[in-house]
Design a protein. Structure first.
Length: 287
């Protein structure tokens, strides 16, 4: 295997880890409340703008941008839950779809109003230069994003499966009425789930902003990636989102390398649809 090909695969894995990170928030919300959040990609977009504002005001990079974005987006997640989601959950599925779609438009056009439609970007050297590891050249910004994304995604899985809070959240997801009889407050657990889901999008957005363009419509692209990742991995499965994100990142990179960046989405979505034809529940979804 040539060095260039290895470099392409490594780059795909690092990008795929970021895909998995912000997709894990989407799968968490679905697993908890059976709600598809169409504003998820726009949460990532807001995280990118937070990182840009932090750099503009303080000249700081991800060391400050990531925690600030996580905190602000987590707060937004709680506000969205109590201000919108708790109400539309009582209505039909169509109300939930249109409600989160309307939220996506609100966030997107608020970004247009505040920041304008121009493409923005952070300095290429905001994280560092390029590492040369055994002949494989990796941008420091992509390496940082990939490593942090893997750690946070792994931490989220541990939180859900190995902690008391995770057990309470899973109990609410299984049967909110029974959980309430056991002294667990569904409202609190669902609000925490929205805070976590939005917080990880803030982390992902602040990380990806170091090497990706920033524009209000970027949420559309990232939102589609999140839905494909979650569908491929299996709705409600964080490990599934991780595996699917890594796969999509590698397939994108290899497609761009072999046949051109213009056609990489065609390859990804064609393989995605072909896979769901045989396994509609996804890689790790329940039958």
């Amino acid at each position: 295997m040539s060095t260039i090909l290895v470099q392409v695969i490594v780059g795909g894995l690092l990008l795929g880890a970021v895909y998995a990170l912000f997709s894990s928030g989407l799968t968490l919300i679905w697993g908890m409340m059976n709600i598809v959040n169409f504003a998820h990609g726009d949460f990532v977009m807001l995280g990118m703008y937070v990182a840009f504002v932090i750099w503009t005001l303080f000249g700081a990079g991800p060391m400050l941008g990531v925690p600030v974005a996580a905190l602000l987006l987590a707060t937004l997640g709680i506000v969205v839950y109590f201000g919108l989601i708790r109400s539309i959950m009582k209505g039909p599925m169509l109300a939930q779809i249109l409600g989160t779609f309307g939220l996506a438009l609100l966030l997107r056009y608020a970004a247009f109003w505040w920041f304008g439609a121009n493409f923005l970007s952070l300095p290429e050297n905001i994280v560092g230069g390029t590492f040369d590891i055994f002949g494989i050249r990796i941008q420091a910004s992509r390496l940082l994003a990939g490593v942090v994304a893997l750690l946070v995604t792994g931490g989220l899985h541990i939180l859900l499966t190995r902690t008391s809070l995770g057990s309470k959240m899973l109990a609410v997801a299984e049967d909110s009425t029974a959980a309430q009889l056991m002294g667990i407050r569904p409202d609190t657990m669902q609000a925490i789930a929205w805070a976590i889901a939005a917080g990880v999008t803030g982390i992902a957005g602040a990380l990806i902003a170091t090497f990706f363009y920033i524009v209000p419509t970027v949420g559309e692209t990232l939102g589609i990636v999140a839905f494909v990742t979650v569908s491929l991995g299996g709705f409600g499965s964080v490990p599934g989102a991780l595996v699917a994100g890594l796969l999509i990142g590698v397939i994108e990179s290899l497609s761009a390398y072999w046949i051109g960046a213009v056609y990489k989405d065609i390859v990804v979505y064609s393989l995605f649809l072909s896979f769901l034809w045989f396994r509609p529940q996804g890689l790790m979804g329940k039958s």
